[in-house]
Structures are given as structure tokens and as C-alpha cells.
Design a protein around this ligand. Structure first.
Ligand code: HEM
Ligand code: HEM
Length: 198
């Protein structure tokens, strides 16, 4: 309808609250990152126990982890930028309830971990004596090798990984609760729907 006026601010706010689903790109990034981050966590946990022999074997997998981690970092920056610049559906839980507070806290802390994981990994790796090889291409180092700093950042990276895994487990438990017990269609909010459903 060519003559329909553009929405004013009040209508736009009402439109945001009416949204039933997350924006299509956020949905795509959510699922892509869910897969990539779970894979990256498993790869990290597996590779730290690899033997140092034959030479290059452990280091090779470390560089796979570092390279994928840097690609994931770009997707995370994209997701965060998109998230703060686009409306999202109103929370399922009523504001002020413990479910609302816990879900906001869980989502916020997962975003914090999404930032902390690549940042601590990248800084720690820059204190290592080995340069990061991004899919085989050595990146310039930011600092001189410092084993103490490398060890410190490895500890912090590991700590954030543990916190992140607990948050993801809580997130999954909440989704299962909504799907199996409450049956309130929560999963559909994080999926592509037909335009008519929006
Ligand atoms: C590494 C794994 C995952 C991470 C880091 C993650 C992270 C997040 C975050 C941060 C949000 C909040 C979205 C926002 O408001 O911006 C969210 C929402 C959501 N996630 Fe995940 N997620 C993961 C895996 C999963 C899986 C495996 C499922 C399904 C089984 C799932 C289902 C959902 C659903 C349904 C929502 C929407 C919740 C709502 O409408 O309030 N997530 N996820
Ligand atoms: C993007 C998200 C990332 C996740 C989820 C992740 C996850 C993990 C996990 C679970 C471990 C094993 C921790 C342990 O048990 O000690 C690990 C180790 C490691 N990660 Fe990451 N990582 C990420 C990004 C990165 C990036 C971008 C880099 C570097 C560019 C990196 C470098 C390392 C290194 C060097 C280790 C071994 C630390 C050690 O020496 O013990 N990670 N990572």
C-alpha cells in the first residue's frame, strides 16, 4: 500500500513488543554459533591432553582451535552488533519474576563469555613463544613471549570455559522445560517462520 504512512515512534515500540520471533539473521547466527561454540569447547578440552609427540601434532591442533576461534570471534562481533541494533521479542516471563531475572542474567553472562573466550585465548596465545598460525598463515605477535602471562591467560580462558559450559547447560535445561513441560512454543521464537506468523 503505497500511501500507508510510516510508523511513528509509539507504533514502532508497540511493533517491537508484538514481535513473536527473533530476527532471521539473529536466528541464523544463534544456531551457527551454538554449533561452533559447542564444537570449539569440545575441541579445546580434547586438544589440551594431546601428547607433544610427534612434533607439530599438538601444535597443529592448537592452531586449528585458534583459527576457528578467531572466525567465531568475528561472528560474535556481528551477532552483538546486530543484537543491539535490532528489536527482539518481549521476554516470555513477566518482568520482575525470578524466571525473567534468571533468563536475562543467563543470556547476558553467555554473551559475556562469548566475548571473554576469544579475547583471553587470543591474548594468551600472543604471550606464547609460538606465533598464531591462522589456517597456516603466521600472524604478527603483539607481545614478547612471557610464560607466566601465557599460563595466567590459559587459566582464565579455562575458567571462562567452565562458567560458559554451566551457563549453556542451564540454558538447555530451560529450553527443555519450556518445550516439554510448559509447551509454550519457546523454540519457535528462535526459528524461521513464515512471514504470516510474524
Ligand atoms: C553454545 C550454545 C548456545 C548458546 C551460547 C546460546 C545462547 C543464547 C542466547 C545468548 C540467547 C538470548 C538471545 C537474545 O536475547 O539475544 C539464546 C536464546 C535462545 N536459545 Fe540459545 N544458545 C545456545 C544453544 C541453544 C540450543 C542448543 C537451543 C535449543 C535446544 C537453544 C535455544 C534457544 C531459544 C529457544 C532461545 C530463545 C529464548 C527466548 O525466546 O527467550 N539455544 N541463546
Ligand atoms: C571462540 C571461543 C573459544 C572457546 C569456546 C574456547 C574453548 C577452549 C577450551 C574449552 C579450552 C581447554 C581449556 C582447558 O581445559 O585447559 C581451550 C584451550 C585453549 N584455547 Fe580456546 N577457546 C576459544 C577461542 C580461542 C581463541 C580465539 C584462541 C587463540 C587465538 C584460543 C586459544 C586457546 C589455547 C592456546 C588453549 C590451550 C591453553 C593451555 O595452554 O592450556 N582459544 N579453549
Amino acid at each position: 500500500m503505497a500511501n500507508e504512512p510510516l510508523m511513528n515512534e509509539t507504533q514502532e515500540t508497540a511493533h517491537e513488543a508484538d514481535l513473536q520471533r527473533y530476527d532471521k539473521l539473529l536466528v541464523a547466527l544463534h544456531w551457527l554459533l551454538a554449533l561452533a561454540l559447542i564444537g570449539q569447547l569440545l575441541l579445546g578440552l580434547w586438544m589440551v591432553d594431546l601428547p607433544k609427540e610427534p612434533p607439530g601434532y599438538r601444535g597443529g591442533w592448537f592452531n586449528v582451535h585458534k583459527s576457528i576461534g578467531l572466525v567465531i570471534a568475528v561472528l560474535i562481533v556481528w551477532r552483538l552488533g546486530w543484537r543491539i541494533s535490532h528489536p527482539v521479542p518481549a521476554a516470555v516471563a513477566a518482568p520482575g519474576t525470578w524466571q525473567h531475572i534468571v533468563s536475562k542474567l543467563n543470556h547476558g553472562l553467555m554473551y559475556a563469555c562469548m566475548v571473554a573466550m576469544p579475547v583471553t585465548g587470543f591474548i594468551g596465545s600472543n604471550f606464547s613463544q609460538y606465533p598464531i598460525k591462522f589456517f597456516g598463515y603466521p600472524l604478527p605477535r603483539l607481545f614478547e613471549p612471557q610464560p607466566d602471562m601465557k599460563a595466567l591467560f590459559a587459566e582464565v580462558h579455562e575458567l571462562f570455559a567452565s562458567i560458559f559450559m554451566v551457563l549453556i547447560a542451564l540454558h538447555l535445561a530451560a529450553v527443555v522445560w519450556h518445550v516439554l513441560v510448559k509447551r509454550d512454543g519457546l523454540l519457535q521464537r528462535m526459528s524461521w517462520g513464515r512471514a504470516a506468523d510474524q
